[in-house]
Design a protein around this ligand. Structure first.
Ligand code: UDP
Length: 252
């Protein structure tokens, strides 16, 4: 095993610095929700998230978008390039769920044009949102605040929005073939020393996406195969994570 120095522990991942300067992610079985207030561990979670992140990073690279993925180095480990992570998280929404629905119910926001005012409604052209990354509690931020704070240039913001839109197209269509609806997801980006923006952190895992079974949705039910199982006490998280893993990675 090459030398690795623990440099951080995230909500679900331990982060190491390798001796060549790369980052090693160790996907643990930890799960947290509600900004760390609810915590637990579930068997197989690390393997599922590592495996799905690998699956999507490879597919997204194949479709021509650059990512920080280098290689999988074990059941729960992945080597990635060491980037300067941009201070905003990017959320793409295809359906009304989670904090969007909560904010709407409280009268804090309007839903995008053409979207029915109900949980689970389709957002016809999708919706992009930004939240803070390096604050204690994530909060939505406007484009104006991002630019005023000089977190990113206008050009970078446009590039990152276009990349997120394409990542949605890739994941949405692939998941539909497996009868899974991608309700929403979160991605992060980082910059190389040369200033190139790459998709970073993890992508397409049930920790950072909402996956709904399409048949159940047609029947009017939400069958979650993601972290909502834990957030909302909807059953056994290990089982839900293994099911989404098997459905996404199975051939055909
Ligand atoms: N999300 C995430 N990390 C966060 C916040 C959100 O991965 O710190 C994901 C979440 O799993 C969901 C999407 O981003 O797939 C939208 O989350 P939302 O804003 O609805 O917040 P939540 O309901 O998770 O509080």
């Amino acid at each position: 095993m090459p030398f690795m120095k623990l440099i951080g522990t995230g909500k679900s991942k331990d982060i190491y610095l390798a001796d060549n300067g790369d980052i090693i992610f160790e996907f643990t079985d930890r799960v947290t929700a509600f900004d760390g207030a609810k915590k637990a561990e579930f068997l197989h979670k690390g393997m599922v998230c590592c495996g799905l992140a690998e699956y999507w990073f490879k597919l997204i690279e194949k479709e021509g978008l650059p990512t920080h993925y280098e290689e999988r180095i074990g059941e729960t480990r992945m080597r990635v390039a060491n980037l300067k992570i941009l201070p905003v998280e990017v959320i793409w929404r295809n359906y009304v769920a989670g904090s969007l629905w909560r904010r709407f119910e409280k009268g804090e926001i309007r839903l995008p044009e053409g979207t029915d005012a109900r949980e689970g409604a389709l957002i016809p052209n999708g919706m992009l949102e930004f939240t803070t990354k390096f604050e204690v509690v994530d909060r939505p931020v406007s484009i104006k605040e991002i630019l005023d704070a000089k977190w990113m240039t206008e050009k970078e913001l446009k590039h990152l929005s276009e990349m997120t839109n394409k990542i949605n197209d890739i994941m949405f269509s692939q998941l539909l073939r497996k009868d899974i609806l991608l309700a929403d997801f979160k991605v992060e980006f980082g910059k190389t020393p040369e200033g190139k923006i790459l998709l970073a952190d993890e992508v397409g895992t049930p920790d950072g996406c909402r996956f709904w079974d399409r048949h159940a949705y047609i029947r009017g039910e939400f069958l979650s195969l993601d972290k909502d199982v834990f957030r909302k006490n909807k059953g056994d998280l290990s089982q839900a994570y293994l099911e989404i893993y098997n459905r996404i990675t199975s051939q055909g």
